[in-house]
Each structure stands twice: as C-alpha cells, then as structure tokens.
Write a protein that binds this ligand. Structure first.
Ligand code: GKR
Ligand code: MG
Length: 429
C-alpha cells in the first residue's frame, strides 16, 4: 500500500529547567525544545524532538509543505532536498557555545527520526531494528551533575517548591562547592542508580573544580568520574590542574578549545580525552585523525544528522580507533527514546551515556517519564520509537513557550540577570 506524508506539525515547547551553571552562563527557567509530528495518509504519526530555536523552527515550517506526498522511506532524497533548500551548514556555524548552533543537521535529525518512527510503526518493528538490530537490551547512562544556584526553574524560577520530595527536592538545592556537588551526586545516584558521574565544569576556578572532583572520588571510591569545562580552560591551567585530578578521571571532556589544543594537551597527559566540541561533524574527522585530538567522541544524533548518520559515525570510530559515547542537552522522553534505540544498536559503546533527563520534571509522552533501572533505560517496547505523544501535555508546554517569550538559548543573558558584569568568554580560566 502506498505510504506518504500528509502533514507535518511543528510544535515549539518550553520545559522547566533549574538554574544550572556552565561555561556559557546560566540556564534560563525554561529550556526550549521543538516537537515534530509527521502524519501519513494511513494515519500513522511519527515523532521527534530537537533543541528549540526560532530559526530552526522557521526552516522546518518552510520545508514542511515540500514534503507533502513524500515517501518517508526516502531518507537519502530527503537529505538532498534539505541541502538543496538550505545549503550545507557553514564550517563555523557550530559557534563557541557549549551547544551546537548548526541548522541543517538539526532539521535533518528532526525529520529523519520522525520518518524512522513512521517506518517502524508501518513495518511493526522498533527503530533499533531499523538501525541493524539490538546489541543490548538496556542502555546505561551517567549521573550528570551541575553547579547550580538554589531554585526549581519554570514558573517558580529561583523559588522553591516546598512540597517536593526525594530527588525532586534535592534538585532544587544549591551546589556551588565540593560538598554541594557531592550531596547532589548522592541524591541523583540514589534515585536513578547511575554508576558513572560527570560534573559540568567551567563555572568556577579550576582549583575549586578539581577539589569537587577529588571530593567525589573520596565519596564514591572507584566510580568512573568525568569533568567537562566546555573548553574554557587555558592550556596552562588544564595541564597543571588536570594533572592533579587525572588519576581519578575515567575521561576528561573538552578541557581546552579546538582540535589542535586538545591534541597537544592530550599528548602531555595520561587520561583519555572526550569531545562534543572539537570533533562534531564528519568534516572534522580527517583533522581529528591527523592530530589525534581525542579518544572518545560524544555523538549526538541531533547534531550528527540523525540516527543513521550516528551509525555511520560508529563505524568510522571503530576504523580510526575512537571510542564512542553520547552527549546530551536538556530534553524530554522522545529524545531519550531515540538515544536509547541508538544506544542499543551501536556495537561499540564502552561508556555510560550523558543525559540531562533527571533535571527535567515534565513529559509529553503517554505513560509519563521513562524509568531508569540501575542507571539504565530499557529499549522502549512497541514499534517505532515505542512512545506516543500526549497532546494535552504537549499543548501545556507549548503554552509555556508562548508565555515565556524565549526564542533561543542564551545562557549569557540569564547570567547577566544575576550578575550584570558577567560576559561569556570562550576561554575563561
Ligand atoms: O546544558 O549547560 C548545559 C551543557 O553545558 C550543555 O549545553 C552542553 O552541550 O552537555 C553539554 C556538554 O556536554 O558539553
Ligand atoms: Mg561536553
């Protein structure tokens, strides 16, 4: 039977996000996401979720009418159509911020994942099978700690919800010193069972962040630890402070900026290096191989151009002796489900993946939030991604979007609301 796209619905949403600190500043009270639904002539609805940004949403609105009548199996043609419509992403479009600001990879990821969800529902197979089949039944994630100010985010902003319990209460607490970081880790690991821990750094002077890592090591013994200052340490600080903590690190993520600096520092240290900032596209690969800028690539299907491209990345990593793991930004369950299908399909995952999911409290999928068991998420059952949109919940988060007035992520502006003299510096410490 003929299968074609009848309608594409693009819904921007704003999800509650607590005041988390990073190299770019402070998280706003809401993180933006965009949800894409592809509806076929047969009534199948495929979904996807990407980071929210007005420019990307406009581009999606522009391409949606061109896809009326499109066969969702034709993903190579879809890629060509997107390139013909928007051109390729410019080499410097990634930007200096910790998140990726390219447009075309986001658009393709949004449409590809929703098409794969359609194909899975049409053929009655889970997305993991469309990626070559399961290598594991559940996918392990790491605790993702943040320095943070006290507060809940969302409508409460910097206020607290006194009725919160368990992790919901702990995630409102401040964490601006080693003890705060350790307390946060204990609460998060207790709730989700994580067995590796990452601290988002770049927020405080290097000696303070090293002390936090050593305090985590003291508390958690042999637990694998990671630190990620989003490339805002100088080469000098990275060498002297990194040396003090390298023995307790599983890997060090983007200590310095750019492939050349990463490669030079890596040669002088004895800890594996990971990146989601210096090798972030296929175009970056030749230089990564020439310089050996990192040991581990933190893939992200939203940035590498979808799930199939991430499978291709996995092959490239095996060929060129890179390990592979996954990067994350604030997200909900559609993105998590896609990450889990991909994580289950990729043969060469040797590190627990990143996820911001514990920092979010809302959900737009039927059945509510996906569960973690001993730090891992089981591959969702059912065809496609195995999740269904809850349209009432989607509408409520769309209302947040309309009310909050944000159109893109800008952590510098949020930080300036707290500290007007603060400005973003790509290399700070
Ligand atoms: O959400 O503040 C944040 C993170 O810094 C995020 O933007 C990064 O993209 O998680 C990220 C990373 O690993 O670099
Ligand atoms: Mg990172």
């Amino acid at each position: 039977m003929e299968l074609y796209i009848e309608k594409i619905v693009i819904t921007p949403i704003a999800i509650t996000d607590p005041p988390l600190l990073n190299a770019a500043g402070l998280h706003a009270s809401y993180a933006l996401r965009t949800v894409v639904e592809i509806i076929t002539n047969t009534g199948i609805a495929g979904v996807s979720e990407i980071p929210g940004n007005e420019e990307v949403n406009k581009a999606l609105e522009e391409i949606a009418p061109l896809l009326r009548g499109w066969d969702p199996f034709q993903l190579n043609g879809l890629q060509r159509l997107i390139h013909n419509t928007f051109g390729a992403d410019k080499p410097d479009a990634r930007g200096d911020a910790p998140w990726d600001q390219r447009k075309v990879v986001h658009i393709f990821s949004a449409l590809e994942v929703a098409c794969l969800d359609v194909i899975g529902k049409y053929t009655d197979r889970p997305v993991v099978d469309l990626l070559g089949g399961k290598m594991r039944d559940e996918v392990p994630f790491a605790a993702y700690l943040f320095y943070k100010y006290e507060g809940a985010g969302g409508r409460l902003g910097f206020d607290m919800d006194p009725s919160a319990k368990g992790w919901a209460a702990a995630r409102q607490q401040a964490a601006i010193d080693p003890q705060g970081v350790v307390d946060q880790a204990k609460a998060m690991c207790r709730e989700f069972g994580f067995q590796s821990i990452k601290l988002k750094g770049g927020a405080f002077p290097p000696n303070e962040e090293v002390n936090a890592m050593l305090a985590l090591h003291e508390e958690f013994g042999g637990m694998p630890l990671r630190h990620d200052p989003n490339a805002n340490w100088t080469m000098g600080s990275a060498l002297s402070y990194g040396t003090k903590m390298q023995d307790v690190l599983e890997y060090w993520e983007d200590p310095v900026r750019g492939q050349k600096n990463m490669a030079e520092l890596r040669r002088q240290m004895k800890v594996p290096f990971a990146t989601n900032m210096c090798t972030t596209s296929f175009d970056d690969f030749p230089e990564s191989v020439r310089l050996h800028s990192e040991d581990i690539i933190l893939s992200d299907h939203h940035f590498w151009g979808g799930l199939k491209a991430s499978m291709e990345l996995s092959r490239l990593c095996m060929t060129f002796d890179r390990a592979l793991s996954m990067h994350s930004n604030s997200h909900l369950g559609i993105s998590l489900a896609a990450m889990v299908h991909l994580g289950a399909a990729i043969p060469n995952f040797s590190y627990a993946l990143d996820t911001h999911y514990p920092w979010q409290s809302e959900e737009i999928i039927k059945g509510g939030r996906l569960a973690f068991e001993n730090g891992a998420v089981a591959v969702p059952e059912g065809p496609g991604l195995g999740v269904e949109l809850d349209h009432a919940a989607l509408q409520s988060l769309h209302n947040n979007y309309l009310e909050c007035g944000l159109t893109e992520r800008n952590d510098e502006i949020e930080m300036q609301k707290v500290n007007p003299d603060w400005s973003f510096k790509p290399v700070r410490w």
